[in-house]
Design a protein around this ligand. Sequence first.
Ligand code: PEP
Ligand code: MG
Length: 555
Amino acid sequence: MGVSPGIGHGPAYVLTASVPEPPPGQSYPEGEADREKTRALAALRQVAGALEVRGDQAGGEARDILQAQALMAEDPGLIVGVKSLIDHGLAAPRAVYEAFGKYREMLKNVGGYLGERVADLDDIRDRVIATLDGTPMPGVPTQAERPFVLIARDLAPADTALLSKDVVAAFVTEEGGPTSHTAILARAMGVPAVVACAGATTIARDAIVLVDGTTGEVRLEPTDHEVTTAVSAQTAREAAVRSVRGPGRTKDGHPVPLLANVGGPADLDPALANGAEGVGLYRTEFLFLDRDTAPSLEEQEDAYRAVLEAFPGGKVVVRTLDAGADKPLRFLAPPAPEPNPALGERGLRLFRRFPEVMAGQLAALAAAADGAEAELGVMAPMVATADEARWFADACHAAGLPRAGVMIEIPAAALRADSIARFAEFFSIGTNDLAQYAFAADRQVGALSALHDPWNPALLDLIAAAVTAASDNGRECGVCGESAADPVMACVLAGLGATSLSMSAIGLPAVRAALAASTLDECQRAAVAARGAVTPRHARAEARSNLPGLAGLGL
Ligand code: PEP
Ligand code: MG
């Protein structure tokens, strides 16, 4: 599945799973216990230091992740464990392996977000063992003579913190879907990516690989001619795409405003550079992922105002905190771990438990909007019923926020959008979660990525239901899930009646060009044809065949 468009080629760099396990019972020469302990401590310290340096170089969110890993490597309890195992006769590598094993089990049993940190712990363990054995460090090289195609089972943010386009020509992973970390990060970096590519890690190291992040094709040992043809087609495509400017509209002038998805003030420059007409989704929880307590009203107000000021005269839609599941917030969490966080107390549901956090956020938003030239809309995530929509809209109005909307990302809300429209001033369809819930497929599970394919006709039906209900009730209905960034899908969404499209900034130029190359009538035909198909593959092909203008863009 292609998830980040473009052509990339280069030698394969296959990220191998882990450093081999030191043999059970591995021992050291008699009388060398102290030397063995010194060796182990030095290796732990060296790894912690190297992780910190890497974090400082990367900065931002990556720095916090890597500093937390460095702290794990120097945990006093872990060091006591390693020393005691050495006293019991185990050599340093095996002692490190077993000491980490105990922590690993503990985290794994806790599950949830902490359970997912097991991979971080394994990474430190492998680095320490590689240091002790003098074998190559696991991980991705941060420099290369020639950009490589990075191939892995899946990639963690820590693997990719220091990577850039100069080093990585493309990503190919066995796991992952269109909304996985690899996909989001690749799009942000502007590097082509293909995910859910079974067997990719069996590709031989240094084999030349040609990756098409648009079609999802991964070709081994291409001829020079194939590479030149693919690269020149891509260059022509980029030039054609970049030549289209101005607000989003179809070939015959039907307006489809193109908006940006942002996670904080840092995303504003790329949004403006790619011609966003406003913000269709401001994910406010991204501002506070590392907090133990709710941020102050002043701090929130500043962060919200920065985004409003970037779009004077435009529209800015801010989503209230969507805590839980893939976006946990420590100050806004259910009281006990849940068996299925994606189906748990998350999003708007948590505001029922913490009404003071909702009141604070709405007050900060009202203060930020006071005197702003942008038009502010505030929307709630994870709305399932009309009652919830009414409760949220009432709270917004009481806080002095006139435009209260809801995300349509739960199938029940799409099916009963007509009732919800009585209370919500606007809708925004979140296709990432709508797919997750429509197909009962956790969006964090790579093996289920085929079910997250937005071209599944059942998903198109739910989108159509919501858009139709919005239009029947005179409400605007945008789409802000990752699917809006697929230029063919963007035309279908416009054809279904979406009133705006919001996406990662990098996706805007191609969507603008695709709309400008297609009439509204063609978009509508494409939507009908896609919904008439039986499989996602056919849905896309049917849509594409009704959009002849896209050929000129190489799409
Ligand atoms: C969605 O679910 O489609 C969406 C846009 O929100 P998020 O990806 O932040 O859950
Ligand atoms: Mg969502």
